[in-house]
Write a protein that binds this ligand. Structure first.
Ligand code: HAM
Length: 428
């Protein structure tokens, strides 16, 4: 019997993992520049957190969660997203009491949703996300969007579109909600089963329905932007002004509705416009969630954030045919012949590695020619050759694989010689 990986998951193997690491490093580096700090929360939480946080009426909670009972009969759920967990931790650890606010956090880790897998849509996927808690300044909405765009751009993506909308404050949302119910009520029987219940639970989500997308009432549906009260409209205007200040292009789309319940005011998505991207074009999603901290049991605290999956990032890179600048090859490969040299090669490796170089040797008792072949395969920059004669003379042959040049250097100087050559200097 042989085992297969569960549907919607993947192994990320050497050769591929370097791309993930590069994106992760870049994300961390950008977070450092924007002063966001990493937070790590558990992979599973009490199910109720997501029911309350993400929202009972969302597809995520209704259809997509990996929920199980533990041996103590508690209902636990593999996290389907990061925001609810971060807010739970913010409240539990009383981060709202820290003198420095807003609290600016980021996370990178696996999330789990029972969705129908396809390219860019997995059941286990890795999200990079940020959350800024404790500020009602529209400038931070712009900062969050700018950070997301910057990460994509710095890794080479060009065909991006930032779509923004405002869902307004509670009053605006209630007014819009009533208008939506009035608009769709007369045709409710013509809508899909989900939308028939959405009209009671969350009519905004009808606008987001894939099945009813072409219903004639869809296009004429009341736009949230017509229902924003003065303060919500002003807030949105300021967010846009800050984006302009940052030179981040955007498109306002009043039909943008996010799939999670906690949003108000700013909502946004970043789409790929690369030809050949495939069916799912959303790379990132986020927005403001001013009521969520209270919902999770904390004091009234505004919040905003976004998340992107690395899976979709990679699909976008592929669609734009961008090769990431990955480091290739190792620095040194030690070829040794005979028992003494083989033993001594361990000391050489130790020195090279201690100096920070990537160094390796043969562990399969291969002949010299095969050892050179291995060095080639590993794309070694330098091959160090040690035979009995060299060892007796306390020297080693260093071959620069790029130029073919071969030099004999004293064993005690081999490391420094290679370090100098790698720095681009000339060895004496
Ligand atoms: P979301 O729109 O559900 O929002 O997901 C954000 C991003 O996660 C998506 O744009 C996509 O890149 C990725 N994603 C979602 N589902 C999958 C999947 N099945 N396979 C691959 N990638 C996927 C959230 O999760 C919110 N927590 C974002 C947020 C943070 N809002 C405020 N703060």
């Amino acid at each position: 019997m042989s085992f297969q990986i569960p549907r919607g998951t993947q192994d990320i193997l050497p050769g591929e993992i370097e791309k993930w690491q590069l994106i992760e490093e870049k994300a961390k580096e950008i977070c450092r520049r924007y002063n966001y700090h990493e937070i790590r929360t558990p992979i599973f939480e009490h199910t109720e957190l997501f029911q309350r946080g993400v929202g009972d009426s969302t597809d995520i909670v209704q259809k997509e969660m990996y929920t199980f009972k533990d041996r103590g009969d508690r209902s636990l759920t593999l996290r389907p997203e990061g925001t609810a967990s971060v807010v739970r931790s913010f409240v539990q650890n009383k981060m709202f009491g820290n003198p420095q606010q807003p609290t600016k956090l980021y996370y990178i880790g696996p999330m789990f949703r029972y969705e129908r897998p396809q390219k860019g849509r997995m059941r286990q996927f890795v999200q990079f996300g940020i959350e800024a808690l404790g500020s009602n300044d529209p400038a931070i909405d712009a900062e969050v969007m700018a950070l997301a765009m910057e990460l994509y751009k710095e890794l080479g993506l060009k065909h991006l579109k930032l779509i923004i909308n405002s869902l307004g404050d509670t009053d605006s949302r209630i007014a819009h909600r009533e208008a939506l119910v009035e608009h769709f009520r007369p045709v409710v029987e013509e809508l899909c089963e989900d939308c028939q219940s959405r009209i009671e639970t969350n009519p905004l989500r009808i606008l987001d329905c894939k099945k009813d997308r072409n219903h004639p009432k869809m296009e004429s549906a009341p736009s949230i932007l017509d229902y924003l009260n003065d303060s919500s409209r002003e807030y949105f205007e300021q967010v846009k002004a800050f984006l302009e200040e940052l030179n981040v292009p955007y498109v306002v789309d009043p039909t943008l509705v996010r799939g999670l319940d906690y949003y108000n005011h700013t909502a946004f998505e970043i789409m790929s416009e690369a030809p050949g991207f495939g069916a799912i074009t959303t790379l990132s999603g986020g927005g403001r969630y001013n009521g969520l901290v209270e919902e999770i049991g904390g004091p009234e605290t505004p919040g905003i954030g976004f998340a992107m999956s690395l899976e979709r990032f990679l699909v976008a890179l592929e669609a734009e045919q961008i090769e990431l600048p990955l480091e290739q090859g190792i620095d040194c490969y030690v070829v040794s012949l005979g028992e003494g040299p083989k033993k001594y090669s361990m000391s050489i490796l130790k020195q090279l590695r201690k100096a920070g170089l990537t160094a390796d040797r043969d562990y399969q008792d291969k002949k010299m020619k095969a050892q050179f072949k291995a060095a080639d395969r590993l794309q070694a920059k330098f091959v160090l050759v040690l035979g009995e004669d060299e060892l007796a003379k306390e020297v080693i042959n260093v071959k620069d694989m790029a130029t073919g040049e071969q030099v004999e250097v004293p064993l005690s100087e081999a490391k420094d010689y290679i370090m100098k050559r790698l720095e681009g200097g000339t060895a004496s």
